[in-house]
Design a protein around this ligand. Structure first.
Ligand code: NAD
Length: 283
């Protein structure tokens, strides 16, 4: 069956971006979050992103309006009854995700694929919360979604080839490049990236250099477009901490222990760009 209706769970940084590119690619989108004000925030960001594209001449005003008109707001998971695929992008927490998947399994039609944008949690465990593990898959978009080309696609133990192929095709229809990886904590992207960010936080914590110096070393010396601390602020320090905890627990190896300074910032509510303060201050 052709995928036409996409439900996105979570209207934050990632869910908003996923909803936007799906709408731009012509899919009908249901954007779900817990509260109306979260939907308002997500849609405002999307409106700004699309207007910027219009300003740059990459999009016409009509295309922008058409994309926005393809998005329907939802605060109720039973709206999944109208979806061919659900892409979950709520917070990085196994309890939250399994609760959502149990409900989606109940409400989504039997043919619907249930995908998660988790950065690091086991797909097989999320799938086990449903009675359709063969239709559960990881679809890991990168941030910012409208810009980054990669989508890591992760099969759970029971995911069928047919489901994999349909998700791969949908990814290409969004003008993204799918890369298949196996179901291990952090997959490839965060297994490699997050320990580097955590190590950068340790170098700050131990007084090896200032935050600006650490970021300069990695930008000027390694040709990274963003320094690791700027990148951590951009990703969200809560998300960084969750991923490090998942790597630490998943591999049982002390090399993945989260830096105490990262924990402290998260406890303080300094979550990075999204809260106005992380390692840097954002006006
Ligand atoms: P975010 O904090 O910006 O947004 C999360 C949204 O989910 C919020 O709007 C919140 O209200 C909503 N939410 C929470 N519980 C919900 C529920 N039960 N039902 C519906 N909505 C709910 O977080 P984010 O950065 O967009 O991350 C979302 C997911 O994407 C996480 O799993 C994260 O690991 C993953 N991810 C993040 C990045 C990144 O760079 N931030 C990159 C790739 C993947």
């Amino acid at each position: 069956m052709k995928i036409q209706k996409v439900m996105v769970i979570g209207a934050g940084q990632m869910g908003g971006g996923i909803a936007q590119i799906c709408a731009q690619a012509g899919y009908d989108v249901l954007l779900n979050d817990l509260q109306e004000d979260s939907l308002d925030r997500g849609l405002t960001v999307m409106e700004k992103n699309l207007s910027r594209q219009v300003g740059k001449g990459k999009l016409t005003t009509e295309e922008k309006e058409a994309a926005l008109n393809r998005i329907i707001r939802s605060t109720n998971l039973d709206d999944a009854s109208g979806a061919d695929i659900v892409i979950e992008a709520a917070v990085e927490n196994m309890t939250v995700k399994t609760e959502i998947f149990k409900k989606l399994d109940k409400f989504a039609p039997a043919h619907a694929i249930l995908a998660t944008n988790t950065s690091s949690l086991p797909i097989t465990e999320i799938a086990a919360a449903t009675k359709r593990p063969e239709k559960v898959i990881g679809m890991h978009f990168m941030n910012p979604v409208p810009v980054m080309k990669l989508v890591e696609i992760i099969r759970g133990l029971a995911t069928t080839n047919e489901v994999y192929t349909r998700v791969e095709e949908m990814t290409k229809s969004l003008n993204k490049t799918p890369v298949e990886v196996n179901d291990f904590p952090g997959f490839v992207s965060n297994r490699v990236l997050m320990p580097m960010i955590n190590e950068a936080i340790y170098t700050l914590f131990e007084g090896v250099a200032s935050k600006e110096a650490i970021d300069d070393v990695m930008k000027l010396g390694m040709n990274h477009p963003l320094g690791p601390l700027e990148l951590a602020d951009f990703i969200g320090l809560d998300t960084c901490l969750s991923i490090m905890e998942i790597l630490h627990e998943g591999f049982g190896d002390s090399k993945y222990r989260p830096c105490p300074l990262l924990r402290k910032y998260v406890k303080a509510g300094w979550l990075g760009k999204k809260t106005g303060r992380g390692f840097y201050i954002y006006e």
